[in-house]
Design a protein around this ligand. Structure first.
Ligand SMILES: [Zn+2]
Length: 312
């Protein structure tokens, strides 16, 4: 199951439509792709255009309709006019309003395009995922970079379309990369309600390389699914890593002493040292027996360890 992980450089995360601009849609069958193929993989036509362009077309289209309605109203006013003067006034008013509309529209092309893009992406959520998924499964061997791009697009998508399926896809993709400390990683936007082994693994990975991301939400997640995680291959290691990350702040030790107690013996040495120092700094806190266990473990294993001597 453990496949070789690819090194990855995540580009910094911008809350713009940057990644969307790489997303293209087929004008013919509305298939989505993030790759650079000439022809639509779904229908075979050369009809792929960037989603921004599609949004602009839709924006122009809706503006055209608005102008058409204004002109039709002008025409109706002319038809219902009973005197020549009324005709002139209807025409003048109608043209003036249409002109004004056109002028306003020209000023609002950009916001309207954004609105249309939003609408397009929202209504196509399922098809975008299908398209990206197809890109990833069929072409990842051919194009080295696409998983990263796929992840970046999913990350961008997650700012607009919030659902567990996208989160899970992101987690799955992240799990296929070799994660590093200096990457722009996140956890909270990816949290899902249900138990997902991939999310548990990802939390374990972060507990190792980016401890500061392990907060109440992540600790509560592994607590809620502790039994399920223990059934996983690296389950107890994941839990020990999370417990190890939790000891970095007193507030987590205050909140989850039992959890930390259960995994204190599997914690890496540096994390135990951290906990040991914390315990020594707060002599009045029993932490539900955690204090006793820490001192027992210290006596058994680390009593003669020089690192444990100069804890001040
Ligand atoms: Zn197509």
């Amino acid at each position: 199951m453990m496949t070789k992980k690819k090194p990855l450089i995540l580009r910094p995360y911008h809350k713009t439509s940057y990644a969307y601009e790489k997303l293209r849609i087929c004008k013919h069958c509305r298939f989505f792709t993030v790759l650079w193929e000439d022809k639509c993989a779904n229908c075979g036509r050369q009809a792929l255009i960037p989603v921004m362009q599609q949004a602009r077309i839709q924006a122009k289209h809706s503006m055209q309709n608005e102008r058409l309605i204004a002109l039709l109203m002008t025409l109706a006013a002319v038809l219902f006019s009973q005197t020549f003067l009324q005709i002139i006034l209807s025409l003048a008013g109608g043209f003036l309003l249409t002109g004004l509309l056109w002028w306003v529209q020209r000023k609002t092309v950009e916001p309207e395009t954004r609105r249309q893009l939003d609408k397009l992406l929202r209504s196509s959520e399922r098809r975008i995922i299908e398209g990206i998924y197809m890109n990833l499964t069929t072409a990842s061997a051919a194009i080295k970079d696409d998983e990263q791009l796929g992840y970046e697009i999913l990350r961008e998508m997650a700012t607009i379309v919030r659902n567990d399926r996208i989160r899970l896809q992101q987690i799955m993709l992240l799990q296929s990369f070799a994660l590093r400390k200096d990457m722009d990683l996140t956890l909270e936007p990816l949290m899902i309600e249900d138990f997902e082994p991939a999310l548990a693994e990802y939390i374990g990975e972060l507990a190792k390389i980016k401890r500061e991301l392990i907060k109440h939400q992540a600790i509560r997640y592994v607590l809620r699914y502790e039994r399920e995680i223990l059934e996983m291959k690296n389950g107890s290691r994941i839990l020990a890593l999370v417990a190890g990350a939790a000891v970095r702040m007193k507030t987590y030790v205050d909140a989850y002493p039992d959890f930390i107690l259960r995994y204190v013996r599997q914690m890496p040495k540096d994390r135990f040292l951290r906990l040991y120092r914390l315990v020594r700094r707060h002599p009045d806190q029993p932490w539900n027996g955690l204090r006793n266990e820490v001192s027992a473990l210290y006596n058994e294993k680390y009593r003669w360890d020089p690192e444990f001597q100069n804890w001040e």
